[in-house]
Design a protein. Structure first.
Length: 146
């Protein structure tokens, strides 16, 4: 079987049978091409990708290309990241009906792992999530549609 463009669907060349495999958050985090060393590039790339894939669920506060804050709601999770001084503060929230039940400030790498895990859960049934994951991990293919 050979993988299709989304990296989750495998197609048999002989009988054309298709199989969809689950994507796990740690696989996505391992393949992330986000540059944690350069906060400007990291926030810019993250903002562009999330806004392109989830425009209704993503709020971005920026001045030109300088991103101040990103918020995204992926039920039942909420994620926000904002500049504070020369670094960033990354926060994860557990949401129920739009209300945050639990909020936690996390190290950037752990926050990205939770974000990619939430996207991976949605990617099983959501082509937008699969497209965002492909962009974040560098596995972009033309046949993934938003």
């Amino acid at each position: 079987m050979t993988p299709a463009g989304d990296g989750r669907t495998y197609v048999c060349a002989y009988c054309k049978t298709k199989t969809v495999v689950a994507v796990e958050g740690h696989q996505i985090a391992a393949g992330m091409r986000l540059d944690f060393r350069n906060i400007d590039v990291f926030l810019g790339q993250l903002a562009n990708t999330l806004h392109a894939g989830y425009p209704a669920a993503t709020r971005i506060h920026a001045q030109g290309t300088y991103v101040h804050m990103i918020e995204i709601a992926l039920d039942p999770d909420g994620f926000s990241i904002k500049r504070e001084g020369i670094g960033v503060v990354a926060q994860h929230k557990k949401m129920v009906r739009g209300v945050a039940l639990k909020s936690k400030v996390l190290p950037l790498e752990q926050w990205v792992e939770l974000l990619t895990a939430a996207l991976a859960r949605q990617a099983s049934s959501n082509t937008q999530a699969a497209w965002v994951l492909a962009r974040l991990t560098g596995n972009e293919h033309d046949d993934i549609k938003r």
